[in-house]
Design a protein around this ligand. Structure first.
Ligand code: CUK
Ligand code: CUA
Length: 862
């Protein structure tokens, strides 16, 4: 139902644009059934074409094993990054370089074809997010991946050598010293079979501290270690900061150490694991553990990996337990590092521990007891800052720029609650749809949260989207956190896996490359690729049955275009993309052989396969890169050396007569001349207008010149063939000259348009509306700016008549009145057309005249 237009709407309308009539907006609102609130939400999230989002959000991709990148506030998806699973578009898992990364994720030699990504996190400095690296864990197959945010590519996967499933990762210490990954389901640390009856004795949990080498951008497996923990089913974790720097915290949910057995008639896991009123928060000091791990007395080496024993950790004062309400889930340290907030799935409360109170007990060695593994237990009451009843199923927390403000997700109640962790006051709640897991406010998990927008990661979407069968997408909802009341703004379906968590970062902190600076870069290592091939270095090398092809890709050909191998050869093709222009990716797809690689400008990718099938296999560029993209192809021919093949003469050159050939030759030479004239006029324009001063334009010109400079070389070949009387070859090389001219013109014209945009005077609002009216009225059907068409050029029209402005104003409003005016009469005779009445409103005509003035002002840029 459309409400009457309130002050709010009218204000919106007037401030937005005085010319957008309120009736237009009202009509849209009415037609689409939108309320004012909807329109306001739209205005808060809409990012107009050409504008960019304020924040990046990195979402785990759940069972897809990938990472999803989108922008806030628009919620537009930007990329899916292949991490634990192949991603064909990026060639991830298909080219040798990325295969190597995926292969390092094999578990005990077994290839793993899926992942279950849960928690992405950024590299940090002083607890603030730094947009260099993103880390993400795989819960199913205990692995951590490193993604380089300079090209959004996965550069490392490490497998946990002792834990069989992990969940409390990847959490980062404040200066990215360690990536924390805590166990989920306890199991023997060795790979042996151990009966479940030996659970308390032999099954173990733990937390792995992966050492990160920031300059290399790599986890150092040798410097990493695991802290052995009781089989309590560790869960989420968080690192301390500020006063709690050096400490880390990990929840758990099976202090009962129940081992299940539903098939034997025993109560199921869910009953046995929630029997006790409390579970244990694990507190451990990684700075102490780091030292302990250096002494072999404190560790046992399991599967080649150091494990600090419970005993050594307790003795070293590095491990404690603290009772927490049963079956907790999220644990989050406040931005100031002073408090630890625990969400209990089966509790209506959140529990807030005060780190200073915890530290006091540790310093004074005042403990409430010990668990059966000898770990000191701290006193619950003495550690407490307070508890607050929020509702059913508090899970996770995220923080705001405003001091003390925290947002908590309620899984069962499907709500986000806003409250203050200092004075424990409940402030606001908003419904979400439905069953929220994690939530995030902008940079909400750093020491400097920005708040502003919130994202609710809902597990169920039930009735929110067009139905797509029984498997529903997840629902990420955008919430406005700027005011006192939270406002739901937008629903975004996520149709890829079940993301558990997202992290967000201000867009200014991410600095991605546009191209690889060094021609021939191995993107997975950042170093020069062994197969880097520059122009002129293309070749095929053979060593026994190993064939190496050094290929280049540039608009619009792959070089070489014919590759001949024998059946059984092992073939490696190195492909280097020689482009320097951004977004000029080429890709290499080989039909029928499961071979694909994406090669961005400056990158070298390689593919290796055994040619065990005889035949002819086309290959082609799989990215639509230019007008001659379809022609960017070649043939792999696999011969069986044991077979005899009939002999074919070289393809028949031509059936044309010499006269026909001469005619075709003249035609292509004339075309090239005409195209070159266009290029020269563009060059003149660019030079006269000082294109060098505009970096974006300059790089386009460099790109154009790259293409243009190839012409003399090809032209020489054409001339040589012509001289030798080989007209057919001369025509082909002249055609190649034309290809380069087209590519030059393409980049050159883009440069010209960009430069014209840079140089043109800013259009006034009225002129802009005038242009709209001009286009809406279909004036461009007869009048083309800068050229005479089926009507006169409108450039200069204002100057062609005495009192031009006034005259044109009256003329457009009622053309018929002026058909007998001598000037108009002459026009009618010239064009054999009469200007029709377009029923423009006076305001529109005034705007059109403003637009025409703008055209005249910028006439030299046409
Ligand atoms: S977990 Cu899924 S909702 Cu893996 Cu952080 Cu809580
Ligand atoms: Cu290169 Cu298509």
């Amino acid at each position: 139902m459309l409400k009457k237009v309130s002050i709010l709407t009218s204000m919106l309308l007037f401030s937005a644009t005085s010319a957008l009539s309120s009736t237009d907006l009202q009509k849209v609102m009415k037609d689409r059934g939108l309320t004012e609130r909807d329109v306001l939400a739209a205005a808060k999230t809409y990012v107009p074409t050409g504008m960019k989002d304020e924040y990046y959000v990195f979402s785990s991709g759940g069972q897809s094993g990938q990472v999803i990148v989108y922008g806030v506030p628009s919620m537009r998806i930007l990329k899916y990054i292949g991490v634990f699973t192949p991603e064909p578009w990026q060639g991830y898992g298909f080219d040798n370089e990325s295969k190597k990364i995926l292969d390092s994720g094999k578990i005990r030699g077994q290839e793993i074809k899926w992942g279950d990504t849960h928690h992405p996190n950024f590299s940090e400095k002083n607890g603030e997010f730094v947009g260099d690296y993103l880390f993400i864990n795989d819960k199913a197959n205990p692995r951590i991946a490193v993604i380089n945010l300079h090209d959004f590519e996965t550069t490392q996967i490490v497998v946990n050598p002792v834990l069989k499933s992990t969940h409390g990762g990847s959490f980062i210490t404040p200066n990215t010293e360690y990536v924390i990954d805590a166990c989920q389901y306890a199991a023997p640390l060795e790979n042996d079979w151990v009966p479940i009856e030996a659970y308390e004795e032999k099954y173990r949990g733990g937390v792995t501290l992966w050492k990160f080498d920031y300059t290399k951008g790599q986890i150092d497996e040798k410097e990493s270690f695991t802290l052995e923990l009781p089989p309590y089913m560790q869960d989420l974790s968080d690192a301390g900061k500020g006063p709690s720097m050096g400490w880390a915290f990990t929840n758990s949910f099976n202090s009962e150490m129940y081992t299940g057995g539903i098939e034997k008639g025993l109560p199921p896991f869910e009953a046995g694991m929630s029997r006790n009123d409390t579970d244990f928060l694990h507190l451990y000091n990684w700075q102490i553990l780091e030292k302990l791990a250096k002494d072999p007395k404190n560790t046992k080496v399991i599967n080649g990996h150091r494990v600090v024993t419970i005993e050594a950790a307790v003795k070293g004062g590095a491990l404690f337990l603290l009772p927490e309400a049963k079956s907790p889930h999220g644990v989050d340290v406040t931005p100031d590092g002073k408090y630890i907030i625990i969400g209990g799935k089966l509790d209506t409360h959140v529990t807030i521990f005060d780190f200073a109170k915890i530290k006091e007990q540790i310093d004074k060695k005042e403990f409430a007891g010990k668990d059966s593994y000898g770990i000191p237990i701290l006193d619950f009451k003495k550690s407490l800052h307070g508890q607050l009843e929020l509702g059913l199923g508090p899970l996770h927390n995220t923080f705001d720029e405003k001091d003390g403000i925290v947002y908590t997700s309620l899984y069962v109640d499907s709500q986000v609650v806003k409250w203050n962790f200092r004075d424990l006051k409940l402030l606001d709640r908003v419904n979400v749809h439905y069953n929220i897991g994690h939530l995030d406010s902008m940079e909400g998990k750093s020491t400097k949260p920005k708040g502003k927008y919130g994202i609710a990661l809902n597990k169920l979407s039930i009735d929110r989207f067009l139905p797509v069968g029984p498997l529903h997408p997840q629902n990420h909802q955008l919430i406005d956190l700027a005011g006192d009341k939270m406002e739901l703004l937008y629903d975004m379906p996520i149709g890829l896996g079940e993301p558990h968590d997202v992290v967000s970062i201000h867009a200014s902190k991410i600095k991605p490359k546009k191209t690889y600076d060094k021609m021939g870069t191995n993107s997975r290592t950042g170093e020069a690729h062994e197969g880097a091939t520059l122009a002129g270095q293309e070749r095929v090398e053979r060593d026994g049955n190993k064939v190496k092809v050094y290929m280049t890709a540039v608009r619009s050909h792959l070089n070489p275009e014919h590759i001949e191998v024998n059946k059984g050869d092992e073939v490696t093709i190195y492909i280097t993309n020689l482009e320097r222009a951004q977004d000029e990716t080429h890709a290499f797809g080989l039909s029928g052989l499961n071979v694909h690689a994406s090669v961005e400008p400056g990158k070298t990718s390689s593919v290796t396969f055994t040619a065990d099938l005889e035949g002819v296999f086309p290959y082609y560029c799989t990215e639509f890169c230019s007008a001659l993209h379809l022609e960017m192809m070649g043939y792999l021919k696999v011969k069986d050396p044991k077979k005899q093949y009939p002999d074919y003469k070289a393809a028949k050159v031509s059936k044309m007569t010499p006269e026909e050939l001469q005619k075709e030759y003249n035609k292509i030479v004339a075309t090239n001349k005409a195209t070159d004239d266009v290029i020269q006029s563009v060059v003149k324009f660019l030079k006269e207008k000082g294109f060098e001063k505009y970096p974006e334009v300059k790089s386009l010109v460099t790109d154009a010149l790259d293409q243009y400079n190839k012409i003399p070389h090809e032209k020489a070949k054409a001339d040589e063939a012509f001289k030798a009387g080989d007209m057919n070859t001369a025509i082909l090389w002249e055609n190649q000259v034309w290809q380069y001219m087209v590519k030059t013109a393409d980049a050159g014209l883009r440069a010209k348009n960009l430069l014209a945009k840079e140089l043109s005077t800013k259009m006034s609002e009225k002129a802009r509306l005038g242009e709209e009216a001009y286009l809406r009225g279909g004036c461009n059907g007869c009048h083309v700016v800068g050229q005479v068409s089926s009507g006169p050029d409108i450039t200069g029209a204002l100057l062609r008549h005495e009192n031009g402005e006034k005259f044109l104003y009256n003329f457009i409003l009622d053309p018929a009145k002026y058909y007998s005016d001598p000037y108009i009469d002459a026009m009618i005779k010239t064009f054999n057309l009469r200007m029709p009445n377009q029923n423009m409103k006076p305001e529109e005509v005034k705007n059109i005249i403003e637009y025409m003035k703008w055209i005249d002002e910028n006439a030299d840029l046409q």
